[in-house]
Design a protein around this ligand. Structure first.
Ligand code: NAD
Ligand code: WQD
Length: 341
């Protein structure tokens, strides 16, 4: 039996791009997703891009019987664990759903993996675990804190993974802390597809450029940043996907390891920088209003990328112009589909 990578959340934004790269690198993939925030047609798109169809099971990581069957019937060599809920605002309204889905879901997955003797896992953590940063760029040793239930689920899962690593030799665990993932596959076939009003800046900007929304609200113009708007480390989803491959391959060379690695570019851009870059990529005007700060937002955040380079030999290569061009191609493809053209 060829060895397989189990990709939880593999029809989602980051999981789908990573599945493409896994397949192109010669791995077999088995996608497990309950489709609560994605669509099954993503599997067709992954097949179209990579030339190979991933195996797909619609199901939940909180279903122990299903997990046991998956581990029994497939020669799973490792897990890429993307499945989870990710909306910060929603997590403050629905904390129990977030702890159940993210924390309980991860525990179910780890128990099934443990039973099956699968001990390699790459986990989607987040720069949100750094809270409001006390120093920039943010290194992996920066103190961790959480300001909302979503962020707390990531902290707790990171700790669970560390407890497991300390308790049992042989686990190979990568905790990847993403900064702000944006962009889409250059084919325009897969990308980010938020349901309803986007919470994040770049999907919102794309929808304004496409005329699906009237104006962007820029949350805060009085931050202590060069132009007063919030600064973030935007990373192209293809670079991010490549970082997962590098982390997996690094883990596979070790008998036992626990890593925490930032996946960012090391560069900070403001909201207005991103608006201008998107205007240039799309050729469309993006009207905006400067409005008060969004509660809970931080002024600025960007990654120290040295550990990623030194440890897993990975570095982001794509800049904001590429991120915007690829997001725009995806956005226009979506719009064409919606109108049937
Ligand atoms: P996404 O919502 O597009 O993908 C997550 C996928 O997981 C979805 O397809 C969803 O249907 C699936 N899912 C959710 N709960 C599940 C469950 N219980 N069982 C099976 N499938 C389930 O999100 P994304 O942006 O691709 O994020 C992937 C991971 O990366 C998440 O864990 C997220 O917290 C983390 N992350 C995302 C960002 C970001 O800005 N996108 C930043 C840092 C970390
Ligand atoms: C970026 C900048 C906003 C929307 C969030 C999560 C974080 C991580 C990534 C998962 C900020 C500004 C936004 C808008 C705006 N997710 N903005 N108008 O807040 O850095 O991070 O997503 O782990 O946990 O908190 O990303 O894209 O929401 O915001 O002006 O309509 O854009 O104030 O400065 P954020 P974002």
């Amino acid at each position: 039996m060829t060895s397989t990578i189990l990709v939880t959340g593999g029809t989602g934004f980051i999981g789908s791009h990573t599945t493409v790269l896994l397949q192109q690198a010669g791995y077999r993939t088995l996608v497990l997703d309950n489709l609560c925030n994605s669509s099954a047609n993503v599997i067709d798109r992954i097949a179209q891009i990579s030339g190979t169809r991933p195996d797909f099971i619609q199901g939940d990581i909180r279903d122990p019987a299903l997990l046991d069957t998956l581990f029994k019937n497939n020669n799973i060599a490792g897990i890429m664990h993307f499945a989870g809920l990710k909306a910060v605002g929603e997590s403050t309204r629905l904390p129990l759903q977030y702890y159940d889905n993210n924390v309980n879901g991860t525990v179910c997955l780890l128990l099934a993996a443990q039973k099956a003797g699968v001990k390699t896992i790459v986990f989607s953590s987040s720069a949100t675990v750094y809270g409001d940063p006390i120093s920039l760029p943010i290194t992996e040793d920066h103190p961790r804190s959480a300001t909302n239930p979503y962020g707390h689920t990531k902290l707790v899962i990171e700790d669970i993974l560390e407890n497991l690593y300390n308790a049992e030799p042989g686990w190979r665990i990568a905790r990847l802390r993403y900064f702000n993932p944006v962009g889409a596959h250059p084919s325009g076939l897969i990308g980010e597809a938020p349901q309803g009003t986007p919470n994040n800046l770049m999907p919102y900007v794309a929808q304004v450029a496409a005329g699906r929304r009237e104006r962007l609200q820029v949350f805060g113009s009085d931050y202590n940043t060069p132009d007063g708007t919030g600064v973030r480390d935007y990373i192209h989803v293809m670079d991010l996907a490549q970082g997962h491959l590098a982390a997996l391959q690094h883990c596979q060379t070790k008998d036992s390891t626990l890593l925490s690695v930032n996946l960012g570019t090391g560069n900070g851009f403001s909201v207005l920088d991103m608006v201008r870059a998107f205007e240039a990529a799309s050729g469309r005007a993006i009207p905006y209003d400067l409005v008060p700060r969004r509660p809970g937002d931080i002024a600025a955040c960007w990654a120290d990328t040295q550990r990623a380079e030194a440890l897993i030999g990975w570095k982001a290569t794509l800049g904001i112009n590429q991120m915007c061009a690829d997001a725009w191609r995806w956005e226009t493809g979506q719009a064409n589909q919606a109108t049937g053209s």
